[in-house]
Write a new protein. Structure first.
Length: 306
């Protein structure tokens, strides 16, 4: 059943769990999300990035996403992840997305506010919720104090940003980063900063760059030829603590890509005569579904759609 991020996250924030936003790349990724959410009875956010939209086409993506949402009794939103401009946002809204993220984090503070407010005014008029971002995702375990302050979300700025833009959710930078190589040293998130941001804002908070890079996924992929030396993600205990401190939405992409790649490498290595795309991609769907299920349980969203 179609929902907006605002509807999903308002409940999650009140009840103290997080909703997973899983980035899809193709039909198999979407099916993995839908099957896992249905079996876990978990609300879910199906997300697509601008690059995925360019690859698959917004109408194709929106079509299969809406079909999925309308075919199951699970509350599910269709979300644009990391939109960079009004053109992309407008295309997604027109295609039927129920939520959009506008990422103005590379702009000046005033520029970010201006762009985000423009998106909010347009999206809210059509019943679509909006996520903004303040701060930049970058590993900071070896950074100086000045470098950390330059990329991590400032609590006072977050308070002002939320008031002036009227966003429905805010993505905050606490020391995570995108991709499979998040940390050189020990993983560190700025939980004290998160506590302060939570006190100063009253909307759902979002954690990007939160893939865990599970060891079983890496071991399978590398066993069959992938080169992933040094790949490290966010430990589960850090994710749990972030949720306990007020994170209501967590984005997952890298873990799904790794599971997809590892399972296909394994199948092709073990079955060199196989050439049926359905069997090859079916194994990838199963692996991704395993990852998604584990994330829903970690985030505390399982059985919340009962």
């Amino acid at each position: 059943m179609l929902a907006t991020n605002k509807e999903l996250l308002s409940v999650a924030t009140t009840e103290g769990y997080a909703v997973g936003a899983f980035n899809i790349q193709n039909l198999e990724t979407l099916l993995a999300v839908v099957e896992a959410s249905t079996e876990e009875m978990s609300p879910v956010i199906v997300a697509a990035t601008p690059s995925t939209i360019r690859y698959a086409g917004v109408e194709y993506l929106a079509g299969i996403m809406k079909t999925a949402a309308e075919s199951v009794p699970i509350p599910m939103s269709l979300h644009l992840d990391h939109g960079k401009n009004m053109e992309t946002v407008s295309k997604c809204i027109d295609a039927g997305f129920t939520s959009v993220m506008i990422d103005g984090s590379q702009l000046s503070f005033e520029g970010n506010i201006s762009l985000t407010k423009q998106v909010v005014d347009s999206a809210h008029s059509k019943g679509v919720s909006v996520e903004g971002e303040l701060g930049r995702l970058a590993g900071v375990e070896e950074a100086t104090v000045e470098e950390k302050e330059a990329v991590l979300t400032d609590p006072l700025a977050a308070e002002e940003f939320v008031k002036r833009t009227d966003v429905d959710a805010l993505a905050v930078a606490l020391g995570t980063s995108h991709g499979a190589y998040k940390f050189k040293g020990e993983p560190r998130l700025d939980f004290e900063r998160l506590k302060t941001i939570r006190r100063k804002t009253h909307i759902p908070l979002v954690l990007h760059g939160a893939s865990g890079v599970p060891s079983w996924v890496i071991e399978k992929a590398t066993k069959y030829g992938a080169e992933l030396e040094g790949a490290r993600g966010i430990p589960d205990k850090h994710v749990k603590k972030a949720v306990s401190l007020g994170i209501s939405k967590i984005n997952i992409d890298t873990d799904l890509r790794l599971a997809f790649t590892g399972s296909i490498r394994e199948l092709l290595a073990g079955s060199p005569k196989e050439f049926d795309p359905r069997k090859i991609l079916g194994s990838a769907k199963t692996a991704m579904k395993k990852v998604i299920t584990s994330k829903m349980r970690l985030f505390g969203s399982s059985a919340k759609a009962l």
